[in-house]
Ligand binder design. Structure first.
Ligand SMILES: *Cc1c(COP(=O)(O)O)cnc(C)c1O
Length: 453
């Protein structure tokens, strides 16, 4: 029997996302055969600890028996059905459950199949709402600087990471950027634990200038993920909610990365006790099993679309896989596990251990500027100099070098520039925490040496 060279076959035909394909000459694709818990196993039986939850979506471990069971059962009953006029039990149950667990006031759920789409939908909904309620001058959007909301054109426009947006600038929407909180390099020299969000002044200025022509402001609540796991205080969200009310601007909370206990609470908005007008969820929603996303919104917004067909007020946005039954069955299984409370209790109990361990191992390294954490998410920012907080030399790909070394040692990290982070499935145990922190430290120190630091 001829032996297949999977890596070669891959490179013959595939174009991987978020990759410079030339890098694969040096680091060929890792072909994964099976997975269990936080472990990935490749075709040579090598194990990798997945402490980034495979792009932040795997919530409860790979091949979770309860989710797999629900998916198998659903596949034998109903795999898909057109979602206009038709419905099915799993999605009805899911919407009902979501109305119970999401922040109060979110009563209607419109499903799609990926996070970026849900962002587009939330933006279109907000715009259309104001068009249909007589506030036709509200046509613009605001978003925080350095945000990330996905990579379709509107979502990309709302985002602000040069890495993804720069080349497309000529074809992007003109979205007003509010200077995001930057607690590590706070321009007011305050501490995120006890500041008054002095930095909110930029937001106030933008609202003063543009509030009347704005339909919505998009934010990643508490945690700007792609920006390097930047964490900011809940107070900022409270202030934002207030100013949105004042100027009649919708608050769109992008909880795609932060939802489902990633920050220690069900949703990041819960930390500030606020309800957004529109909330986007995806990633953890199906435990990383099936592509599914939802926009959660209020009856007030929903009602602005509710009229005779001839008035043309319906929300005519659709995706073929909207409300897919397989996705819904996985999401129901996820919610059932979360509801039992055992997993979230363990995660919240181990979170302080994980954070102390990382602080202990990393803070004494002279090039570590900050260790920050929320829930099980921990980020370590490396700098050239602790005092000036100057970034490392970007020509040397620090994160990528650490990434390659960690892979060799069986840990899947995926640093964001100079920031090494962990965002593991909620089921991670102490032993795995010890192991991945040890490997990450070894790899970081080796890489710093190569950099001559
Ligand atoms: C991943 C992510 C998105 C985009 O979701 P996709 O499913 O990849 O399109 C949007 N916003 C945030 C905060 C994300 O982390």
């Amino acid at each position: 029997m001829e032996k297949i060279n999977w890596q070669k076959e891959d490179l013959n035909h595939l174009w991987h996302p978020c990759s410079q394909m030339k890098d694969y000459e040096d680091l060929p694709p890792i072909v994964i055969e099976r997975a269990k818990g936080i472990n990935l196993y490749d075709i040579n039986k090598k194990c990798y600890k997945d402490v980034i939850s495979s792009w932040w979506c795997n919530l409860l471990g790979h091949c979770n028996p309860e989710i797999s069971k629900a998916l198998k059962k659903q596949a034998n009953e109903l795999e898909h059905v057109i979602f206009a006029n038709f419905s099915h039990k799993p999605i009805i149950k899911l919407a009902k459950k979501l109305s119970e667990v999401t922040p109060s006031g979110l009563e209607k759920f419109n499903f799609s199949d990926n996070g970026s789409s849900s962002i587009e939908m939330a933006m279109k909904m907000s715009f259309q709402y104001f068009q249909q309620t007589g506030k036709t001058k509200k046509t613009r959007f605001m978003a925080l600087s350095e945000g990330y909301h996905g990579e379709t054109i509107a979502a990309l426009s709302a985002g602000d990471c040069d890495l993804y947006t720069k080349i497309y600038k000529p074809i992007l929407m003109d979205i007003i950027k509010i200077k995001a909180p930057d607690c590590f390099r706070c321009p007011f020299n305050k501490q995120r634990e006890n500041c008054e969000c002095e930095c909110f002044c930029d937001c106030e200025q933008q609202f003063e200038k543009y509030g009347n022509e704005t339909c919505a402001v998009l934010i990643e609540p508490l945690l700007q993920g792609s920006a390097g796991m930047k964490i900011y205080p809940a107070l900022y969200l409270k202030k934002l909610r207030e100013i949105c009310d004042k100027y009649d601007v919708h608050l769109i909370a992008d909880e795609i990365a932060t939802g489902f206990y990633r920050t220690g609470k069900f949703f990041a908005c819960n930390h500030a006790n606020i309800s957004p007008d529109l909330m986007c969820i995806s990633k953890g929603l199906t435990g990383g099993y099936m592509p599914m996303a939802a926009v959660c919104t209020t009856n007030e917004i929903y009602n602005a679309f509710y009229d005779d067909y001839s008035k043309g007020k319906a929300f005519m946005h659709s995706h073929t896989y909207s409300g897919n039954p397989l996705g819904a069955s996985c999401a129901l299984a996820v919610l059932k596990i979360l509801e039992k409370g055992k997993v979230t209790k363990q995660a919240n109990e181990l979170a302080p251990y994980f954070n102390s361990l990382i602080k202990e191992e990393f803070l004494n390294i002279k090039n570590v500027g900050e260790v920050r954490s929320i829930g099980l998410i921990n980020a370590i920012e490396f700098v050239k100099d602790k005092n000036t907080k100057e970034a490392l030399n970007s020509k040397f790909r620090f994160g990528y070098e650490v990434y390659k070394k960690a892979l060799k040692k069986g840990v899947l990290l995926r640093p964001l520039g100079d920031v090494i982070y962990f965002n593991p499935p909620l089921i991670i145990n102490k032993k795995d925490m010890d192991f991945v922190v040890k490997i990450a430290k070894e790899c970081a120190i080796e890489t710093l040496k190569e950099l001559g630091l």
